[in-house]
Design a protein around this ligand. Structure first.
Ligand SMILES: [Zn+2]
Length: 144
C-alpha cells in the first residue's frame, strides 16, 4: 500500500522547493513524504470518512512547492490517490484492513449495536446494509 505514497513522492520530489519552509530541522522532502504516507494510510484505514483526500493532501503539501509547480502537484496527487483507492476497492473481502485491523460494517443494528458483519470494500457497508449507502448517495455494490 505504501508503494502508492512512495511513487507519488518520487514524482513530486524534483519539484520540491530548495528553500526550507519550516523553521524546525525537518526538511521539505521529509514533510512531503510524511504527508503522502499519512494520506495513503488514512485512505487505507478510514476512507469512508475521508471526504476529500486529494484536496486535503494538496492543501498539506502545496506550500513546499513553487507556484509554477502547483498544477502538476495537484494532478500527481489526484492520480496516485485515485490509483490507491482503486486498488483498495479491488482487494478481496477479508474482514481486515491493510494494516490487519478488523473492519466492521458502518451500520448500527436495530438493537443499537454496531453491525459486526464484514463490509464490502466499495462503501464500508455489509451486503444487508447497502441501502444505507444508497440513501447517503454513496456508491453501491451492484449484485452481478
Ligand atoms: Zn451491516
Amino acid at each position: 500500500m505504501y508503494r502508492f505514497s512512495r511513487a507519488m513522492y518520487r514524482e513530486l520530489a524534483p519539484e520540491i522547493s530548495a528553500q526550507p519552509v519550516c523553521a524546525d530541522q525537518t526538511s521539505n522532502h521529509e514533510h512531503v513524504l510524511a504527508a503522502c504516507e499519512a494520506a495513503v494510510l488514512r485512505l487505507a484505514t478510514d476512507r469512508h470518512y475521508f471526504a476529500k483526500p486529494c484536496k486535503t493532501l494538496f492543501a498539506d503539501i502545496r506550500v513546499f512547492f513553487p507556484v509554477s509547480a502547483q498544477g502538476r502537484v495537484y494532478r500527481v496527487v489526484d492520480t496516485y490517490l485515485g490509483l490507491c483507492r482503486e486498488w483498495l476497492v479491488s482487494q478481496p473481502m477479508t474482514g481486515f484492513d491493510p494494516l490487519g485491523n478488523k473492519v466492521e460494517c458502518r451500520a448500527t443494528t436495530r438493537k443499537g449495536r454496531p453491525c459486526q458483519r464484514v463490509p464490502l470494500p466499495l462503501n464500508g457497508y455489509c451486503p444487508s446494509h447497502q441501502h444505507l449507502a444508497e440513501a447517503a448517495g454513496e456508491e453501491i455494490a451492484v449484485a452481478a
